[in-house]
Ligand binder design. Structure first.
Ligand SMILES: Nc1nc2c(ncn2[C@@H]2O[C@H](COP(=O)(O)OP(=O)(O)OP(=O)(O)O)[C@@H](O)[C@H]2O)c(=O)[nH]1
Ligand SMILES: [Mg+2]
Length: 365
């Protein structure tokens, strides 16, 4: 009898334990968004989350509250000398995801732009960093000339999208297609990722959802020839824009980078001057590795602009400064979530405002 009771009690305990574990896993999954169904995403109204500025601010909240700038908060006491302060700032900058070159530049700007007494003044330091960051971004965005929609250019406007595996290329194409379609452009998605059948299917899902056309070749076909045909088709059918997807590739893989050069060259044979834009999609959660990627993709093809995705999931948004400083390339869009409306056009002022807004100590889920 005693034994039976013990077994029974252990059984109840085990059941409670398993139920607790399942509940905990489900809540973690839900927080990670893994359980979020496409319908629930769709049902969220586009206006949700406020104005553009508020949405960007929300998207950058982890960078602001956990990234390098938040480490400045409350760092200096009344007794902190200028030299001690500058050492602390240096340590913060060098461990931030902005790269050595940009860290040095920001540090010099503090040394030269402020007097030694001001080095321990948090407000002054933040303001100086803000101004230098604004200068870095403004320089990269100076020759602003990018219209993927109508505007008198040759038709179709050909936009090629490149990047490492999983950076967010296909999703970005879907989001851009949705925006262009809403503006009245006739859009063709071109399935240049012939490497995996699932890649074409993913693009097909976007084409169906956004109600734009899709051009695809045989599975395993040469990506350059599929994209060549896509552009020829777009010329015949009068499309305004071709959004060319490419398969993800490691920036260190010389063969695959050569394949990308070929795609670029062949697009130019389909329509003189194409591609008009080469967007490199970078996953912001990669931190400094994104700077490496930008360098090597830039060597292989003439990248004209950047898309920085997944800024919502990372504290490493400061990498934007490093990339713009190193590459001098403009950021065309930033991704701050998985919904169509979460791809935002990049504005220097908007980004700096969102990055340098005061950290919210009580910001919770
Ligand atoms: N949170 C968040 N997720 C994103 C964002 N952009 C893309 N994703 C997600 O990142 C994952 C990979 O996106 P894809 O578009 O398939 O990436 P890809 O570069 O085409 O990948 P490959 O074709 O495999 O190289 C998907 O789950 C997207 O929903 C973003 O801005 N924020
Ligand atoms: Mg893809």
């Amino acid at each position: 009898m005693i034994e039976f009771d013990a077994v029974w009690q252990w059984g109840v305990l085990a059941l409670v334990g398993v139920a607790g574990l399942v509940f905990a896993i489900r809540s973690v999954l839900r927080r990670l968004g893994a359980e979020e169904r496409p319908e629930s995403r769709k049902s969220k109204p586009a206006e949700m989350g406020g104005t553009d500025a508020e949405r960007l601010r929300e998207g950058l909240s982890r960078t602001r509250n956990e990234g390098f700038l938040s480490k400045l908060a409350g760092l200096f006491g009344d007794q902190t000398s200028g030299e001690e302060a500058i050492e602390e700032i240096e340590a913060i900058l060098y461990t931030a995801d902005i790269g050595v070159k940009t860290s040095k530049r920001l540090l010099s700007s503090i040394r030269e732009g402020l007097s030694p007494e001001e080095w321990a003044d948090e407000a002054k330091v933040r303001q100086q960093l803000r101004e230098e960051s604004q200068r870095i971004l403004a320089a990269a965005h100076a020759p602003r000339e990018s219209e993927a929609t109508s505007g008198g250019g040759v038709r179709p406007h050909v936009l090629m999208v490149v990047g490492v595996n999983g950076a967010g290329k296909t999703t970005t194409i879907g989001k851009i297609a949705s925006q262009l379609k809403a503006e009245g452009s006739k859009v063709l998605l071109a399935a240049g990722d012939t490497f995996r059948a699932a890649a074409v299917e993913q693009l097909q899902v976007w084409a169906d959802r956004v109600e734009v056309d899709l051009w695809k070749g045989e599975e395993g076909a040469d990506p350059a020839s599929v994209l060549f045909e896509a552009v020829r088709h777009a010329i015949e059918e009068g499309h305004d824009v071709v959004l060319a997807d490419t398969s993800g590739r490691l920036h260190t893989d010389a063969n695959l980078m050569r394949e990308l050069e070929k795609v670029h060259r062949v697009l130019g044979k389909a329509r003189v001057g194409a591609p008009d834009e080469v967007l490199l999609v970078l996953d912001a959660t990669m931190g400094q590795n994104a700077i490496q990627q930008a360098r090597q993709f830039g060597d292989a093809v003439a990248v004209t602009g950047l898309v920085l995705t997944k800024l919502d999931g990372t504290a490493r948004g400061g990498v934007v400064l490093g990339i713009c400083d190193e590459m001098g390339l403009p950021i065309r869009h930033v991704g701050i979530g998985e919904r169509v409306e979460d791809l935002r056009p990049f504005s220097v002022e908007g980004f700096v405002d969102a990055l340098f807004a005061p950290p919210e100590p009580s910001s919770g889920p």
